[in-house]
Write a protein that binds this ligand. Structure first.
Ligand code: GLC
Length: 560
C-alpha cells in the first residue's frame, strides 16, 4: 500500500502483463536526472516534473528503472545501502516516492526499483550488530570466517584467496569477533549471508513492502553472486590482467543453488500479475545470462555493450545472443548504463568518428537497439547522444575510482553519470544550484529543448523509432533472423512475429552502401516505415538496388 493506503495501479498501459517483453525500459540515475529543490542533486520530484519527456507524448517508454534511491553513505554512490526500506532524504520524502509511482502510473509508466541485495553498507544496522560479537540475532547475517592461521608477525590471515572486484583481498578482519567478513566490493559493502534463514526472510519482507507501495518490478544488482559456496574454498588461479581476472570464480559466483533462490523470489513477485525482474549478471557469459533467464525474469548479458561499431561485430554478437537465448528465452538490449562508458562516446571512438558522424552513429545505434529482439534498456541522456564528460580527479564522485591501479583496471564512472541537460542556460535546466557533477561542455546546444526543435536530432530519431516500435507487433515480439547483404558493412535482419514482417538494414560505414534486400517471406513488397534520417530513401522498396547514406538505418515493413 502507498502511505495513503491505496495501492496505485498502472492506468491505460500500452501493453498488458506482457510489457516486460514488448515494452522499453528507461534507466533514470536519480542524482542526475532533474533537481527540483536546487541543491544540485537530482531528486524524485525532478523525475515527476519531467515525466512528460518519458510518457506517451514524449519518448513513450513503458517503465522507469530507478537506480538506488535508498539512504546510503555514498561509498559506492547508492549501491552501499544503509536502509533498503526507505527513501534517501537527498531524493525527497516517502510521500514523494508514492507520488512518483502514482504520477508515472497515470501515464501508463511502470516503476522498477534497483534492489541491492548481495551486500549492505557497513553502516546498515544489521552489520553494526553483526560485527559486534559472534552471538546475537544478526551474528550469522554476513559471511564471517575464522582466519586461516596467522602470518610471521602474528597478523591473522584471510580465510581463502578470494579477491574483491575493487582490488585487494575480499576479506577484512574484525577484531571484535576475531574473524574476517567477506566483501566482494568495497570493505564498506559487506556481503550478506543468504544461507542464514533470517536474511532471505528479511529481504523478501522488504521486497513485499515495495510491492505493496505499487512497484512493478525490480532490477537485482549482481544477482548471480548472492550465494557463495558454503565451505568458501580457494578459487583456482589462472593468468590474467588483474587480481580478479587471475582467478576462476568457481566458488564465489554462479553457485548452483542460485536459480532456486530466484524461483522463491519470483513466487513472491508473481502474487500479482505483470511484474518483472531483471538480474544484473556480474561478470558472466552470454550463455550464463541465458541459462539464468526465466519467464518474466530477464538477465542482462554484456555481448552488445562491448562491441566496436562494425557491422560484423554486431552481427557476431547477435548470432551469439540468438544461439544462447534461443527462441524460448527473452534477451535484453543494453548499450549503456551507469557503470560503462556512454555508447555515443564509446562506439564513435572505435572508428575515430567525431562531430556530426558521432551523432549519426548514435542515431544508427538507436535504430539497432530499438529493433533487435529483446527488451531495450535505455540509459538517461542517450536519447540526446550524450557523451562521457571528462571529470578532473578532484571532482570525481566515484570512490572506487580512487583505487584504480595495475591490479584494478577500471575507470571513473562519474564520466557517464553527469547531469541531464534539459535546456540552455546556467544549470541546463537540471538545477538552479551547483550541479553535483559538472555538466557536459556541450549542454548549451545538446539538450532536450534544442533537440525537440530539430527533426534531424538524436532525440527526434529516438522518438520516431520508439513510436514505430510501439506500433509494430513484430518489432516487439518477433523472432530475429540475420539477412546476408552483398555489402558486409551493412547489418540486416528480419523480425517475424505477431504483426507484418519487418526488415532492418543499417549502414555502419562512413560511405554510401548500395544494397538489395530479399523480398518479404510471404511475398509482397517492403514499405519504408521509419529510419535514422527524417526522409527514409523510398516509400516502396522491391528488388531494385537501393542506396543507404553513411550511417543510415531503415526499417521496412511488409506491405501486401
Ligand atoms: C553493480 C552496480 C555497480 C556497483 C556494484 C556493487 O554492478 O551496477 O554500480 O558498483 O554492483 O554494488
Amino acid at each position: 500500500m502507498s502511505r495513503s493506503g491505496v495501492a496505485s495501479v498502472v492506468r491505460s498501459p500500452r501493453f498488458g502483463d506482457d510489457w516486460w517483453r514488448r515494452g522499453v525500459v528507461y534507466q533514470v540515475y536519480p542524482r542526475s536526472f532533474a533537481d527540483a529543490d536546487g541543491d544540485g542533486v537530482g531528486d524524485l520530484q525532478g523525475v515527476i516534473d519531467h515525466l512528460d519527456h518519458l510518457g506517451p507524448d514524449g519518448l513513450g517508454i513503458d517503465a522507469i528503472w530507478l537506480s538506488p534511491i535508498y539512504p546510503s553513505p555514498g561509498r559506492d554512490v547508492g549501491y552501499d545501502v544503509s536502509d533498503h526500506r526507505a527513501v534517501d532524504p537527498v531524493f525527497g520524502s516517502e510521500g514523494d516516492f508514492d507520488r512518483l509511482v502514482e504520477a508515472a502510473h497515470e501515464r501508463g509508466i511502470r516503476i522498477v526499483l534497483d534492489l541491492v541485495m548481495n551486500h549492505t553498507s557497513d553502516r546498515h544496522r544489521w552489520f553494526t550488530a553483526s560485527r559486534q560479537a559472534r552471538t546475537g540475532p544478526y551474528a550469522d547475517w554476513y559471511v564471517w570466517r575464522d582466519p586461516r592461521g596467522s602470518g610471521p608477525d602474528g597478523t591473522p590471515l584471510p580465510p581463502n584467496n578470494w579477491v574483491s572486484w575493487f582490488g585487494g583481498s575480499a576479506w577484512r578482519y574484525e577484531p571484535a569477533r576475531g574473524q574476517f567478513f567477506l566483501h566482494t566490493f568495497l570493505e564498506e559493502q559487506p556481503d550478506l549471508n543468504w544461507r542464514a534463514p533470517g536474511v532471505e526472510a528479511a529481504q523478501f519482507e522488504m521486497v513485499q513492502g515495495w510491492l505493496d507501495r505499487g512497484v512493478d518490478g525490480f532490477r537485482l544488482d549482481v544477482f548471480n553472486i548472492f550465494l557463495k559456496h558454503p565451505d568458501t574454498p580457494d578459487n583456482p588461479t589462472r593468468d590474467g590482467a588483474s587480481a580478479w581476472d587471475r582467478q576462476l570464480h568457481r566458488y564465489d559466483i554462479d553457485h548452483p543453488d542460485q536459480p532456486a533462490l530466484i524461483r522463491r523470489f519470483r513466487d513472491l513477485v508473481d502474487r500479482a500479475p505483470g511484474r518483472m525482474s531483471v538480474g544484473e549478471l556480474f561478470v558472466g557469459t552470454t550463455e550464463g545470462a541465458a541459462a539464468l533467464t526465466t519467464d518474466r525474469h530477464l538477465v542482462f548479458d554484456w555481448e552488445l555493450i562491448s562491441q566496436d561499431w562494425r557491422a560484423d561485430a554486431f552481427r557476431g554478437a547477435i548470432q551469439r545472443r540468438e544461439r544462447a537465448f534461443g527462441n524460448d528465452r527473452w534477451p535484453t538490449i543494453v548499450l549503456s548504463n551507469h557503470d560503462q562508458p556512454r555508447h555515443a562516446s564509446r562506439l564513435a571512438a572505435t572508428i575515430a568518428a567525431t562531430g556530426d558522424e558521432r551523432d549519426a552513429i548514435a542515431r544508427a545505434a538507436a535504430l539497432v537497439e530499438l529493433t533487435m529482439r529483446g527488451t531495450p534498456f535505455l540509459y538517461y541522456g542517450e536519447e540526446l547522444g550524450m557523451s562521457d564528460v571528462a571529470i578532473p580527479p578532484e571532482e570525481s564522485i566515484d570512490p572506487p575510482a580512487a583505487r584504480i591501479s595495475e591490479d584494478f583496471g577500471w575507470w571513473d564512472r562519474s564520466q557517464a553519470r553527469t547531469p541531464m541537460p534539459w535546456s540552455h542556460g546556467r544549470g541546463a535546466g537540471f538545477t538552479t544550484g551547483r550541479p553535483w557533477l559538472r555538466l557536459g561542455p556541450d549542454a548549451p546546444t545538446r539538450n532536450v529543448a534544442a533537440q525537440l526543435g530539430d527533426p534531424d536530432s538524436v532525440l527526434a530519431c529516438y522518438r520516431r523509432v520508439l513510436a514505430a516500435r510501439g506500433a509494430q507487433p513484430s518489432l516487439q515480439d518477433g523472432e530475429l533472423a540475420l539477412v546476408t547483404i552483398d555489402d558486409p558493412t551493412v547489418l540486416a535482419y528480419r523480425r517475424r512475429g505477431s504483426g507484418p514482417e519487418i526488415l532492418v538494414a543499417v549502414a555502419f560505414d562512413r560511405r554510401e552502401a548500395e544494397i538489395r534486400v530479399p523480398a518479404p517471406t510471404d511475398g509482397g513488397r517492403w514499405r519504408s516505415l521509419v529510419g535514422t534520417h527524417r526522409d527514409p530513401p523510398a516509400a516502396i522498396v522491391g528488388h531494385e538496388p537501393w542506396v543507404l547514406r553513411p550511417f543510415e538505418g531503415v526499417v521496412l515493413v511488409a506491405d501486401r
